[in-house]
Design a protein around this ligand. Structure first.
Ligand code: SAH
Ligand code: SF4
Length: 372
């Protein structure tokens, strides 16, 4: 494809070996229609060339909202006493796995609040083992910070991907977004990411866009962090306020709510162009800010969608943020709605495939030939 002037400029910047935060900031600010279109078609071109047209479904099961943490931005934080806490039963979770299997989703994401009790860890190991032996789905866990031993147990029982967003790559900002109580340490977050990678997980991470105190430069730093950490799968989403948190009605925004969707889309595009063969999720939070937010995510380079399989009666108790879409829908409805949405942007669904990120195999082959 013939490149426009804007596209050539973007490519020059992003292919520089000495790429710096300051170089990325102007791309994150490209707000005109012409610039957005240029970025979008460039990202789409790289996506088609490096990972193809397939969009992978990961059935998302929000299986427990019990959480020991108090992140200032999240509706599930421990001190939000209005939340009715739950954990799905093994049978309820297995039913969602059966649905995923029947509908030829390759993979399942099991997500929960952070709970380090032995009982909870044993529960996760049991459920992963059962899903693996009955349905052989790819399993991603997203259950927060755990000890290296615990991560190893998850891996041995059959989970092969883990999602742990760094939230922000700035230590200083991390300190402003979390209480200083010894339970929310930036160093611990980094140690967890390193452990997951060492154990052999396909590593998922990411960040939020538009949280109080965050600047464009911080977001550019997140992009470089994900590159340097060699993350295989990215989950990037706009921050959405929740009234049960200290960050509700904060005065400290530098990226107002109406700009967060477009900044997130531009960040997805930059990640696709820069990192090429990673998996990038088009997150549900995008759809809060725009009815077609998730389709737009796909058009700016994302290639993973996470249809919600959480039983409808529990969805309203798993509000990380407010205005979450599809609270009244069921898995069946979400499935057909998302299939139609993918078709309308010209992508195809990778039915029955685990959809592992190509980036992972490239990384493993390079760093450890013994894996072959
Ligand atoms: N407890 C686990 C997984 C559940 S939270 C963990 O924290 O890793 C999953 C993600 O939801 C978090 O990583 C965070 O990036 C996102 N999140 C939390 N509150 C949010 C908000 N108000 N707006 C947008 N995303 C939010
Ligand atoms: Fe708990 Fe995760 Fe929410 Fe933090 S972001 S309060 S760890 S559920």
């Amino acid at each position: 494809m013939e490149k426009t002037r804007i596209q050539s400029d973007i490519m020059d910047i992003l292919s520089s070996p000495s790429l710096k935060k300051e170089d990325i900031v102007p791309i994150l600010k490209m707000g005109s229609k012409k610039e957005m279109e240029a970025l979008q078609s460039l990202a789409m071109e790289v996506k088609r060339e490096k990972v193809g047209r397939g969009v992978y479904f990961r059935g998302l099961v929000e299986f427990s909202n019990v959480c020991r943490k108090n992140c200032f931005y999240c509706g599930l934080r421990k001190d939000n006493k209005k939340v009715s806490r739950f954990r799905l039963s093994e049978e309820e979770i297995l039913n969602t796995a059966a649905f995923a299997h029947e509908n030829r989703y390759g993979s399942l994401v099991l997500q929960s609040g952070e709970n380090q009790s032995k009982e909870h860890i044993d529960f996760i190991c049991r459920i992963v083992k059962r899903i693996k032996s009955q349905y052989n789905l790819g399993i991603t866990l997203s259950c927060g910070e755990q000890s290296e031993d615990t991560y190893r147990r998850f891996f041995r029982n059959g989970a092969h991907r883990y999602l742990l967003r760094v939230e922000t790559s700035s230590r200083e900002l991390y300190g402003k977004w979390h209480p200083d109580d010894g339970k929310h340490r930036f160093e611990t977050r980094l140690d967890c990411l390193r452990s997951l990678k060492n154990i052999g997980f396909q590593l998922g991470s990411g960040s939020m866009v538009g949280v109080p105190y965050q600047t464009y430069e911080d977001i550019a730093g997140d992009i470089l962090f994900l590159r340097d950490m060699e993350v295989d799968m990215m989950g990037i989403g706009p921050f959405i306020e929740h009234s049960g948190t200290p960050f509700y009605r904060s005065e400290a925004y530098s990226i107002p709510r109406e700009e967060r969707l477009n900044v997130t889309l531009r960040m997805i595009a930059v990640l696709r162009i820069l990192l090429k063969d990673v998996n990038i999720a088009s997150t549900t939070a995008l759809q809060v800010l725009d009815k077609f937010g998730r389709e737009k995510g796909l058009m700016f380079g994302a290639n993973v969608i996470m249809p919600n399989l959480t039983p409808t009666i529990r969805r309203k108790d798993y509000l990380l943020y407010e205005d979450k879409p599809c609270l009244e829908e069921d898995a069946f409805h979400c499935n057909s709605c998302l299939s139609a949405r993918i078709a309308c942007v010209g992508d195809t669904i990778g039915y029955g495939e685990w959809g592992d990120p190509l980036h992972f195999f490239r990384r493993i082959n390079r760093s450890s030939p013994l894996w072959l």
